[in-house]
Design a protein around this ligand. Sequence first.
Ligand SMILES: [Zn+2]
Length: 445
Amino acid sequence: MTSPAPPVAIRGRVLTFLDDPAITGDAASYRYIEDGLLILENGCIREAGEAGALLATLPPNALVHHYPDALVMAGFIDTHIHYPQTQVIASYGAQLLDWLETYTYVEEQKFSAPDHAARIADFFLGELCRNGTTTAAVYCTVHSESVDAFFAESMRRNMRMIAGKVLMDRNAPPGLLDTAAGGYEESQTLIARWHGQGRQRYAVTPRFALTSTQAQLEAAGALLRANPDVYLQTHLSENPREIEAVRKLFPKARSYTDVYDRFGLLGPRSLFGHCIHLEEAERTRLSETESVAVFCPTSNLFIGSGLFDLHQARDRRFPLRLGLATDMGGGTSYSMLRTAAEAYKVGQLRGQRLPALRAFYMLTLGNARALGLEYQIGTLASGSEADVIVLDARATTAMAHRMETVQGNLKDELFVLMTLGDDRAIRATYVAGTPVLGPAFNASG
Ligand SMILES: [Zn+2]
């Protein structure tokens, strides 16, 4: 008989968010424990608190992974990313529609081959773990094979992931087109196969209004009605030329948002990437329906789409639920730290502030709330799933040098992390209690 595995605990400077600092004020928005301990059990956090008190409750054979000086936080969440674009990232010189045609549609056609899809899914999820991202809302390609490959790899790693087959039945190369009926059937089959399997969740994924006929958007709405607990993800109002083209294709719609609204695609489980150039009536509808607007700063800057309006998203008359995301490969980094840095700069160009505390809230609890998963992930509360990361604000020489002047101020440390940090600042990553990066992972061989 084998004895049960010894309990594992993580010790360090524990930081977890309780609410949005923009609403509650800084002090009430987080809990910070200078010498904290998380006790893990069955992939979850059994207890979180002061190390001094909790260490005494551990059995003598417990393994304590100690990260002195490092910050222990919930894993980052990325609410919009494309796994088939790992070899599209850093493609030169095009705005949205040309960028799709010249680069993206070429790469995405390769995902009809299961071997290619499996290799990229493995690389992609490994890269997320290296960057401290433990959950993401992920676009696959139009091919069912790409979805199977992605979820199979995510299941193997026991990661909490949301993903779906892209629906496209017009305005794309023949190798990337499905049909309204075929896309419905394939999505339904994939939902039955993957949604709710372990930590996997499905998102109905029409790419955007330009690549779906009216019949396909109707089918997407039917999929949501038939499967009320799946997500919807798509793109909305990213680029002026795109918006103009949508107007021509859907002359009866009052706005871009109205195109989706007509087919029942708005709602609390609906994620709309970009939302840069919205009219007031569109923001009102998104707010009323509790839809989520997803801000993708590195992508918006790189593709030249525009500057998201963070303040407007908090308009008291019609506040928007908000996500923050990389949108890799339109985005230029897998790192949510880099993403927070660029979000800050977009704010600067608009004369708006993004304090570090709010940025880290958005990367964790804020994005968990955007996905309706705040009781599973995004915090270090007892009972949460143990997706945990360890951050080192002295990871590079430039960071260590800057930190000499920070002297114990948490907000300053977080700002250094988001401004100068990247994957090198992620010292360890745990997925459902299992180390997947860092010294404990290396020691486990
Ligand atoms: Zn995107």
